[in-house]
Design a protein around this ligand. Sequence first.
Ligand SMILES: NC(=O)c1ccc[n+]([C@@H]2O[C@H](COP(=O)([O-])OP(=O)(O)OC[C@H]3O[C@@H](n4cnc5c(N)ncnc54)[C@H](OP(=O)(O)O)[C@@H]3O)[C@@H](O)[C@H]2O)c1
Length: 311
Amino acid sequence: MTGQIAKETLFLHNAEMGLGAWAWGDRVVWHYGRDYTDDDLQAAFQTALEAGINLVDTAEVYGSGRSERLLGEFIKTTDKPVLVATKFMPYPWRLTRGAMSRALQRSLERLELEHVDLYQIHWPFPPFPVEYWVEGLAEMVKAKLTHAVGVSNYDKNQMQRAYTILAKDDIPLASNQVEYHLLDRSIEKNGLLDRCHELGVRLIAYSPLAKALLTGKYSADNPPPGIRGRAAAGILSRIGPLLQLMTEIGQDHGNKTPGQVALNWIICKGALPIPGVKTASQVAQNAAALGWRLTAEQVQALDQASDKISK
Ligand SMILES: NC(=O)c1ccc[n+]([C@@H]2O[C@H](COP(=O)([O-])OP(=O)(O)OC[C@H]3O[C@@H](n4cnc5c(N)ncnc54)[C@H](OP(=O)(O)O)[C@@H]3O)[C@@H](O)[C@H]2O)c1
């Protein structure tokens, strides 16, 4: 199976961009209900489908289940196919493998679906070794509750172990979802991205806009609201030269924005960005990162600028 893309996972390799639904129901980080409403989210979903973006990434923990519930409601309003990726959180109090099947059943109830397209383990948390919950993923495939399975936040070694366990049942590891953007390129430096390409595992890039810092709309004088602002304080004072280069490169492609350049850069690296969205206008802007490509020289220039300020 090494190096080849399994047919069960083609839908992920064919997708160039997905939608992130962490903010759909999340009040703590994203201020759901204050800055944006369910109507905004529904419009965002519709706009995505019209733009050909139909993979939505959610999780049982997002908005304590509200993200899955909203997605289920939105899916009922369209005839277009929607690909649903959700996640299992291996809380330390989940002590039997039956907990995974019960969690997925509850996700399916919230989503009002009979199966999902991608079921992912959210984090490789202790106390169990990687093998324990990954064997659970194989059971979810056999029970036809999910089409494909993936992991999230797994390092190279953990991902390899997950791949090997699933291979015993002839089940491909479809994806590894990790943080990846121009301010955090650790997966290029530690070999995880290359290993994904070698194994045919789709690298799903989360927080591809660095939680909006790469859109250029925030600055040291105008930080994002709440806890995001506190987390971004250090980097915002150093990000200027990178944003300037992104703006200049965007101009060469018909006035693309820094955010569009940030997403296109991820696609050029062979990964799948899933920008989080709250409004139709954000989706429309992000969708304009598709249909064109940065040149190899521009990707290299962005790498060099990011090296000066990032991990
Ligand atoms: N597996 C994991 O552990 C994990 C962890 C984190 C995220 N994720 C997944 O990855 C998805 C994306 O990551 P993320 O939401 O953390 O960060 P992100 O995609 O980097 O940033 C999303 C935020 O940027 C702003 N934004 C989006 N499009 C914009 C545009 N065109 N113009 C201006 N602002 C725009 C919005 O926030 P404002 O309008 O408030 O600025 C939006 O909520 C999540 O939704 C989730 O599905 C997974």
